[in-house]
Every structure is written in C-alpha cells, then in structure tokens.
Design a binder for this molecule. Structure first.
Ligand SMILES: Nc1nc2c(c(=O)[nH]1)N[C@H]1C(S)=C(S)[C@@H](COP(=O)(O)OP(=O)(O)OC[C@H]3O[C@@H](n4cnc5c(=O)[nH]c(N)nc54)[C@H](O)[C@@H]3O)O[C@H]1N2
Ligand SMILES: Nc1nc2c(c(=O)[nH]1)N[C@H]1C(S)=C(S)[C@@H](COP(=O)(O)OP(=O)(O)OC[C@H]3O[C@@H](n4cnc5c(=O)[nH]c(N)nc54)[C@H](O)[C@@H]3O)O[C@H]1N2
Ligand code: SF4
Ligand SMILES: [Mo]
Length: 669
C-alpha cells in the first residue's frame, strides 16, 4: 500500500520547506518538495532530497546507550529506556541535592526547528529550576540591531518586486536556494540587478551581475564608505531621513573619513566599484540588502550590522514593497511560549550557550555545571574555543546526556545517549526564520527501534522524577497550541500542511527615530581598517551538501562534498609549495587540522576557506581531523557573536603517505 504524508524539513535553514513523504508498505521510499508551498515550489535541496536515508541509516542510533569507557572515548553499552531514565533521574536528583538545581544546564539549538523537538524538554528544566540559557551560536550580531529598534526582515516573497538585490556575505544558492525564486522573478519582472559581496566567487556570486570580492572582516568599512558617498552625492532623501534617523549628523561625521579610495585600500576593492554601488543604492526603488552569516561571524560583526542597516534606512528602502534589510524574518509563532518558563518557581541564573567552554571550565562558577543535557546541537564540532569545550565535556565529574540520531562527536562525550526520532517518525509544528509560514509535520512511520520524540522523553523523565505539574504531561497537540497565534488552529494547518502568518511590515517612520551611529571608534584594537599581516585568513563557510555538522557522517553527502577541501588561491599555494589534491596541515594559535588542498582562484589571495563542519574521523581518533573550530579563537563581539571567521592560519604540506587516514572524511570515497 502507498500513502503520502505531509511534513516539513526540520533543519536550521531559512527555507523551512514543506515536503511529502511517500510510504510504501510501511517504509518511506521518498521525500519530495510540496508543489503548492510558495517557498518550496516542489523541490528539496541537495542535502535533504533523500532525507529517508538519514532515518534508515545503518549507523542510526536506535537504542539508549551508557558509557563504559573513559569520557570522550565513545565506548558504550546498550541499555533499556527504563535503566536510562532511572540513571538520569537519579543523577539529576543527586546534583540538585548537592549543588542545587542551577547546577543542571540544558543545551539545545536548531538541529530540529520543530517546537516539540526543540522546546518541549525545556518544560522539564524550567520545572526543575535548572539554569536558564541565552545567547547565539549563529547570528547574534544580526539580532543585536533589533535591540536598537532596527528592523531586519520582511516577507521574502516581496523580493520579486526589488530592483536591486545586494547579497552581502550570503551564498544563498547553497544555503537558502528557494529564496532565489524571488530574485529570478525580480530579474524577469523588473530587470533587477544582483550584487554579491563575498571574498569567494561562490555559486551565488557566479550568478550575480556584479561580484565584489571583499577582503574578509572589512565589510563595516565598505558600508561606511557607501554611506559616505550616498550623503556626499546627495543620494539620500534627507526629508525622509529626518523622520527616521535620530543622529544623522553624528553618522555623517563618522563615515566622512571613509572616502572610496581609503575604503578601497582597506577592503581590497576598486574605488570606482564602491562609488557605483553607492549610486545604485541611492537610485534603486527599492533595494534589499540581504546579509548572510559570514560577515556577522567576525569580530566587527555587530558594527557591520549597524552599518548596513544604516544604508537601508538612508536609502529609504523600507518605504517600498521588496525593500529594506533582510537578515531574518519569522511568522507569528511564539515557540518560546511552549517552553513554559513560568514553571520555574524562582529566578535563576542564565548561561551563555555561545561560551560553553568557559561555562563548563570556569572554576569560579557557583554552582559549577554538574549535569548537562544536549539536544539539537553538536557543540563538540560547532562551538568556538573548541579546545576548552572539549576540556569541559571531558570532565569526569560532569554528567552528560545527549539526544541525537547518531553518535555524534558530542554524543561521544556523553554518559547516557538517547535515540531521538527523525522528522519522519514524529508529529511536530514549526515556524521559520526566513519566511512567514507555519508548517505541520505528521509522522510518516512509527519510530524505528526504540527512538523517542523529545516531548515523549520530557513526559517520561518528568514522571520518573516525580514532578507533578500537569504541564509536564500535556499532549503534543496541547504543547503546540501554546505557540500558535490566535488566528491559526491545528485544524487549519491540517487542511493544507502550512499556513501563512505574516507579522506587520516594519515601518521605521513609526515610533522613535533610530540611531545610526556605527561605533567605528569603539572597535579599538580590532579595527578592521588595519591592513592584515601576511598570514592567511581562514573562512569556514557552509557546505553545499551538509547542514552545519548534520549529514557530515552520511556517505552520499560526504562523497558529494569530496572531503575537507581547503580553497586556496594559486599565488598563495605557490608561495607555500602546496599542490592541488595533496594533503596539508592548517595551524592557528589554538590548534591544527588536516585538509585536502584545492587550488582555485575562486578565493582572493590572503584568504583560504574550508567548507563544512566535519566530524572527527572515527577511524583515526588520534589525528586532528578537519574540525575547523579547533582553529577558531575564543573571541566574541560585544553582543556575544562568536567570531568564527577571524581565524589566521599557517599551512604546510603533509608528506604523502602520512595522510592516508584522511579517507575517514570520505576523501577517497
Ligand atoms: N547547504 C547548507 N545550507 C545551510 C547551512 C549549511 O550548513 N549548509 N547552514 C544553515 C545556517 S545555520 C545558516 S546560519 C545559513 C547561513 O547562510 P550563509 O550566510 O549563506 O552561509 P555562510 O556560508 O556561512 O556565509 C556566506 C558567505 O559569507 C562569506 N564570508 C565569510 N566571511 C566574510 C566576510 O568577512 N565578509 C563577507 N562579505 N563575506 C564573508 C563566505 O565566503 C560565504 O560564502 O545557512 C543555512 N543553510
Ligand atoms: N567555524 C564555524 N563554526 C560555526 C559556523 C560556521 O559557519 N563556522 N556556523 C555556526 C552556525 S551559523 C550555527 S547555526 C551553528 C550550528 O550548530 P548546530 O546547531 O550544532 O548544528 P548541527 O551541526 O547541524 O547540529 C545539530 C545536531 O542536531 C542533530 N539533529 C538534527 N535533527 C535532529 C532531531 O530531530 N532531533 C535531535 N535530537 N537531534 C537532531 C544533528 O544530528 C546534529 O548533531 O554552528 C555554528 N558554528
Ligand atoms: S535544508 Fe533548507 S532548502 Fe533543504 S529541504 Fe530543508 S528547508 Fe529546504
Ligand atoms: Mo546558523
């Protein structure tokens, strides 16, 4: 018998696609993009088009495990759910008794964006009085401008009406390719121009009308110079600016020194290109500046965000459909409400998830974190300051529980590993961070093995710990209902599978005028206007075939990605005697990794790039692998954004023969 079940992709991606799973004789044989979903338009991406292979992967985690070897060695024995829940309940109770409930830390991110998978377990931690968490491992810099009242997103379907689309450090043909539909529509309807600002000639840059290969980390200077030209050439509608901006004179004074010539020197661009882009930004009715994550993840990321928001406001772009700044946008869906933070009986401290290494190793933290439960995140791969994170996770006195689909690098540090259902095996509802649809996911098949959904784990653990609040036994549907806006019901969602719930379009003319000051003077020793030294700067962008570290264990995905390849310009390769296809060691002040050299002029000189969040190769645990964050510094912007892209490295060839075990990354498959 064949049936088709409506669902959605749960991954951390701005497209949040709707899919249809085909089930034949109880087995999912295919997932395809929902044709009628206005964003998905019938196609899934290169990562997810065979999502069922993740569900049925031979190395899928299907039973609870208990650690039997030293911490981090990844040696486990199979145990029952009863034993696993018993041990977790007992250890949590012990920690609470000895150190207080704040010694327990929940840690989650967007492994699954479903409200149940992501938020339901938080009910348990709130009820226990565990430490709360805050912070961001993704785009904290972008979010920080909203705290200054700056809008940073609108309905992406409007982009079909943009006249100029500036993709600033955004490689959307790899990372949010469904948004390209609307760019194509804008080109077809209005002859819209597409400008890409990226140190690399990416898939997206190749499709642009203009590509500016900027020197990384200098974007704030480019933006200041664009603002300077717009003001000095009279391209700013001053009457409009006066209504939305509080400090135009201060801003003008701040950007005035950044002539195109000076900025060109710092940014590694042509002055004429800067002037031309400023004129386009002044003339387009309207332009959208769409920022990706790359330039946010630098030490000047917060300032960069302030600087590009200023351009969108000064250009008056918010006034028209399709115009403004686009970083993130959400439907009216309050998934935090589903956590029920009110279950906590007393105020608690809050720990920064982007500084996990410090949190787990700080000897002054009182109480210390003694128990950690992780889901939807792979901190052993994706955190900055990774050496400290590993040190923390390796603490013998830290009791760690990890829920995942696989024994990830993080799960290898766990005391108890719990098998989590994939999106084909559970019910869930989710919002999005790149469009305005709320999506429903029905289970296509029952859970495989002994996998359980996170809401189920929450209910079981709460019962086991003797917690009696009814919120801890609520049904999936009741938990979801807490997140839905008033005008959307589960019944409505069930009819189509999704529902558009747009918030009002931001209007900067309403409310207090906004401060534009970038704060260039506050960048201090981190001023991006200093020309970098002669060391190479490493970027760690997203891989086309992985979703962060998800899928980096899947054979098809690894083969498609062709191993951890370090993109390096021919001149830099020649200077370091590095040859295409050979192995190399990359060192920073914090660690080293091993990569395959890819000589290409798609990166600018002085810059190298490694796509993908690779796992530690299991067949060679003594080797450093290609876990890029071994090289990432312990540096954050003032807002708390990890500066993953502020890595300076040295590269040396590895003698042939000694690098055979790089095959663990799929290099030889
Ligand atoms: N295929 C795929 N899709 C994904 C993901 C994935 O891992 N793989 N991850 C998802 C997630 S979590 C996110 S946050 C989004 C991110 O989506 P994007 O923002 O598109 O992702 P990145 O590749 O990190 O960064 C975009 C570009 O920024 C450039 N860049 C790096 N540093 C700088 C700089 O200093 N200045 C400028 N101008 N550019 C710079 C990089 O070369 C890169 O091409 O993608 C989501 N979608
Ligand atoms: N150097 C460097 N570091 C980075 C970045 C970078 O560009 N460069 N990008 C940063 C960004 S933008 C982000 S968003 C973070 C992302 O970091 P993470 O949120 O850790 O993303 P993933 O690596 O995909 O890990 C998600 C985990 O959730 C699991 N998972 C997936 N679906 C489910 C599910 O349904 N249930 C459960 N239990 N688990 C599930 C996956 O197996 C995986 O282990 O990394 C950040 N780190
Ligand atoms: S990862 Fe993104 S583009 Fe791919 S199917 Fe999921 S939501 Fe769509
Ligand atoms: Mo992200």
């Amino acid at each position: 018998m064949t049936t088709e079940i409506r669902g959605c992709c749960p991954l951390d991606c701005q497209d949040s696609c709707a899919w249809v799973a085909r089930v034949e004789d109880g087995r999912v044989t295919r997932v395809r993009g929902a044709e009628a979903h206005p964003i998905t338009q019938g196609v899934l991406c290169a990562k997810v088009r065979d999502y069922e292979t993740r569900t049925y992967a031979p190395d899928r985690l299907l039973y609870p495990l208990r650690r039997v070897g030293p911490k981090g060695a990844g040696q486990f024995e199979r145990i029952s759910w009863d034993a696993a829940l018993g041990e977790i309940a007992e250890r949590f109770a012990e920690v609470i008794e000895t150190h207080g409930a704040e010694a327990i830390m929940p840690l989650h991110y967007l492994g699954s964006m479903g409200v149940l998978q992501r938020r339901a377990l938080m009910r348990l931690f709130h009820a226990l009085g565990a430490s709360a968490i805050h912070g961001e491992v993704c785009g904290r810099a972008g979010q920080s401008i909203t705290e200054r009242g700056h809008p940073f997103g609108f309905d992406p379907e409007e982009i079909a009406d943009s006249r100029l689309i500036v993709l600033w450090g955004a490689n959307i043909l790899s990372t949010a390719h469904h948004h390209w539909h609307f760019i194509q529509a804008a080109r077809a309807r209005h002859g819209a121009e597409v400008v890409v600002i990226d140190p690399r000639r990416t898939r997206t840059a190749r499709q642009a009308d203009l590509h500016l290969p900027i020197r990384p980390g200098t974007d704030v200077i480019l933006a200041a110079s664009l603002g300077n030209v717009m003001l000095s050439e009279g391209l700013v509608d001053r009457a409009h600016a006066a209504t939305v901006v509080a400090d135009l004179d201060a801003y003008a004074a701040e950007v005035a020194p950044w002539t195109p010539a000076r900025a060109a020197d710092v940014c590694g661009l042509e002055a004429a290109d800067i002037v031309a882009l400023a004129r386009k930004l002044g003339a387009a009715r309207p332009a959208v500046i769409r920022s990706g994550i790359g330039p946010q993840q630098t030490i000047s990321g917060d300032a960069y965000m302030r600087a590009i928001s200023a351009l969108a406001l000064l250009g008056g772009h918010w006034r028209q459909r399709g115009g403004g700044l686009f970083v993130e946008t959400y439907p009216r869906f309050d998934d935090v409400a589903a956590e029920r933070a009110d279950l906590a009986k007393a105020p608690r401290r809050s720990l920064d998830i982007a500084r996990l290494g410090q949190v787990l190793t700080d000897p002054t933290l009182d109480p210390p974190v003694k128990a950690l439960m992780v889901w939807g995140m792979n901190p052993a791969v994706i955190q900055p300051d990774l050496g400290t994170v590993h040190q923390g996770l390796a603490r013998e006195d830290l009791f760690t529980v990890v829920l995942d689909h696989f024994v990830t690098d993080t799960a290898r540090f766990a005391d108890i590993v719990l098998p989590s259902t994939t999106q084909l095996e559970h019910f869930d509802v989710q919002g999005a961070w790149g469009h305005h649809y709320i999506l429903l996911n029905d289970p296509a098949i029952p859970p495989l093995g002994e996998a359980k959904s996170h809401a189920e784990v929450m209910r079981m653990l709460a019962a086991r710990m003797g917690l009696s609040d009814p919120a801890l036994q609520e049904s999936d549907e009741a938990i979801v209902a807490a997140a839905l806006p008033e005008d959307v019901t589960l019944a409505t969602l069930r009819e189509l599978g999704w529902c558009k719930a747009s918030p009002p379009r931001p209007d900067p003319t309403v409310g207090e005028p906004l401060a534009l000051r970038i704060g260039l003077d506050d960048l201090g020793a981190d001023r991006p206007d200093r020309l970098p030294g002669d060391r190479l700067r490493l970027l760690t962008p997203k891989a086309h075939h992985f979703l962060n570290s998800s899928f980096a264990n899947m054979p098809r995905h690894k083969a498609a990605q062709k191993g951890p390849r370090l993109q390096i310009h021919p001149d830099d390769a020649a200077a370091g005697s590095l040859k295409d296809g050979e192995f190399a060691r990359v060192r920073s002040t914090t660690g080293e990794i091993e990569v395959i050299v890819e000589v290409t002029d798609a990166v600018r000189t002085g810059t190298v790039a490694l796509e993908g969040k690779w796992w530690q190769p299991l067949d060679a645990p003594e080797r450093p692998g290609a876990v890029a964050n071994r090289l990432a510094p312990a540096r954050w912007t003032p807002a708390g954004q990890p500066a993953y892209n502020d890595i300076f490295v040295e590269i040396s060839a590895i003698a042939q023969g000694s690098a055979a075990d790089l095959s663990g990354h799929g290099a030889k498959t």
